[in-house]
Design a protein around this ligand. Structure first.
Ligand code: ASP
Length: 330
């Protein structure tokens, strides 16, 4: 797995692609997608998106369903103990408990979500089980765990040595000051369009490191951390969840695409709402990072974030690549 520094380097090279006028990652003359559509395609947040896309692509290239692709994709970082911000190996809350959030949405507007789930390595699959096997859309805490166990998921210790060490170090000051960009909060959000032209999305995280016990961010909230409308497009988010929830971020991005905005412009507009509300609330924008990625029904995509440092991975017929997202604070 590439470390953060390596990935930033790769991202810097990929920023050439981001500088293209269109965000399909292809030369402009190849960008006429009208009628043709760029599918299948999968997009996901951050550097671990590359590996995750690889797993999703296996499903998509065999004409599989976007729903199966996004679940398979995000399970890669969820299961990786070296990833400190998703699933197994995720950083704990301030009480030393690893609590996970995830949600999933398909082309029929079926939704499932879990929040503050402990001891289960793949919260995305529990979210899918909530979607497919219960009359509800969201289960939290102990109820989510009981449900997971009833479905045959195995209870495991998710706190790896390295994360425990970091938490013990953090306890010395116990200051909750999430760094505006990277290190202590990275969610995998993944959105895909399959060869049948259907969209789905998944989002999974261990949330902000050293958060209050019981804190839930945007990632498991349909409309905030993820939204899919099979007629229009899909969007997912990463970063400070409180800010994404404040603007109902991903629903907003999809609604902006419905109004005719490109995925790129829709992400930019959503970020500008965050900027506006941050000013209104007299907070410092420098302390905030939020990134959105969006995909429309034609397979066009876009991304935008508050400040530099956010990248995303795209996999379509032209391959799997990292792109540095454009940003507001320059
Ligand atoms: N959005 C996640 C949360 O607020 C964290 C992240 O994406 O970094 O829990």
């Amino acid at each position: 797995m590439t470390n953060r520094r390596d990935f930033l380097k790769t991202a810097a090279m990929a920023s050439v692609a981001a500088a293209l006028p269109s965000f399909t990652g292809k030369p402009e003359e190849e960008n006429n997608l009208e009628g043709k559509g760029n599918k299948p395609i999968v997009l996901s947040t951050w550097n671990f998106g590359v590996q995750a896309n690889g797993a999703a692509w296996e499903v998509l290239k065999n004409n599989g369903r976007a729903l199966d692709a996004v679940e398979a994709g995000v399970k890669i970082p969820e299961g990786d103990p070296k990833e400190r911000s998703v699933g197994y190996g995720g950083r704990p809350d301030r009480d030393g408990r690893v609590t996970l959030d995830a949600c999933i949405m398909d082309e029929y507007a079926n939704i499932g979500s879990v929040a503050c789930l402990e001891y289960i390595k793949h919260p995305i699959s529990v979210a899918r089980a909530v979607m497919e096997k219960t009359p509800h859309v969201m289960l939290v805490g102990d109820g989510a765990l009981q449900f997971a166990l009833s479905q045959g998921f195995v209870k495991e210790n998710l706190l790896v040595e390295e994360s425990e060490k970091e938490w013990k170090e953090w306890l010395k000051t116990s200051q909750y000051k999430p760094i505006a960009n990277i290190e202590n909060h990275d969610t995998i959000g993944m959105i895909a369009l399959d060869s049948h032209g259907n969209l789905s999305g998944a989002c999974t995280t261990s949330g902000m490191a050293f958060k209050m016990h019981g804190r839930v961010g945007d990632s498991p909230i349909i409309g905030a951390g993820l939204y899919v409308d099979n007629e229009i497009g899909a969007a997912t988010a990463t970063g400070h969840g409180e800010e994404v929830i404040r603007i109902a971020g991903c629903h907003l991005v999809v609604e902006l695409m419905r109004q005719g905005k490109s995925p790129q412009k829709a992400c930019e507009e959503a970020v500008s709402r965050i900027v506006k509300l941050t000013k209104l609330r007299n907070k410092n924008l420098k302390d905030i990072q939020v990134g959105f990625i969006a995909l429309n029904k034609k397979g066009e995509f876009g991304a935008y974030c508050v400040q530099g440092g956010f990248n995303f991975a795209v996999n379509d017929a032209s391959g799997n690549r990292l792109i540095d997202a454009d940003y507001f604070l320059k």
